[in-house]
Design a protein. Sequence first.
Length: 308
Amino acid sequence: MRSIGPAWQWIAGAALAAAAVGSGVDAWYAHGIAVRTDARLAETDARLSALEADLSSTTAGLQSSIVATHASLANALSEERQNVGSLASQLGSYQQQFSTVSSTVSDLQKLQSIDPQLLEKYSKVYFLNENYMPAALAEIPDAYKYSDSKLEQVIPQVLPKLESMLDAASSSGALMYVASAYRSFDSQSNLKSQYTVVYGAGTANTFSADQGYSEHQLGTAVDLIAPGLGGQLDDRFAATGAYAWLTANAYRYGFTLSYPDNNPYYIYEPWHWRFVGVKLATYLHDSGKHLYDLDQRTIDGYLASIFD
Ligand SMILES: [Zn+2]
């Protein structure tokens, strides 16, 4: 029979075993807690990381969306500014067009009432039509005429300019009078035939000729005469104070010397002054040119402003 030892040894052994088991349970139990805590911590960490990641991605998203919004607002603003700018420039160009159109309309309205013949250049081959008559004529008062007995007329728009010019000349001591103004085609024909009889056709064409006729038929040209010349229209007028005054001042009243000395167009007529409007006369005076130096197209540009 196998001996199992004394009873106390068995009890002690059992107790030891139990103790060993008991401490194993404790350790196992503690170990379990630690594992669970670690898991929770890891889980919490993961959540935190996820939250952090979320937060950072949300922040980045917000930032980029703010940047994008800002950029798109800035774009929209700049587009609006561009639109406003382009509208303003369009408006400006419309306004310019409108003002060009209205000045063109006003020029056209003026031109409707102005005979284009008034600024035409006449020559030995290009005369004013014999049927041309000014729409109206105004009588030059006696005080301005060389001869009281002779009716002298210019077109009504020219009369006040002529009077102002003669008044100003007279105030400066440069006395001069109108010897001849408007002449109808018929009266010129008569005058010319008289010359023709006296001098023969060739001479009549040179000195009483057609260019000057045409200008007188317009009702805008005047022959001026100074005292002391015996009532003659000749080159001596060029030596008078009246002529010097006209050369310096007539443009202010719209008058210009049609046929200056040594011109290639017609005989020298220092006494013959034609109304072409203040604007054109001023241009001619300032540029040292004469009407017949300009081409007709250039002259036509001044027609609308002839009575300004
Ligand atoms: Zn004349």
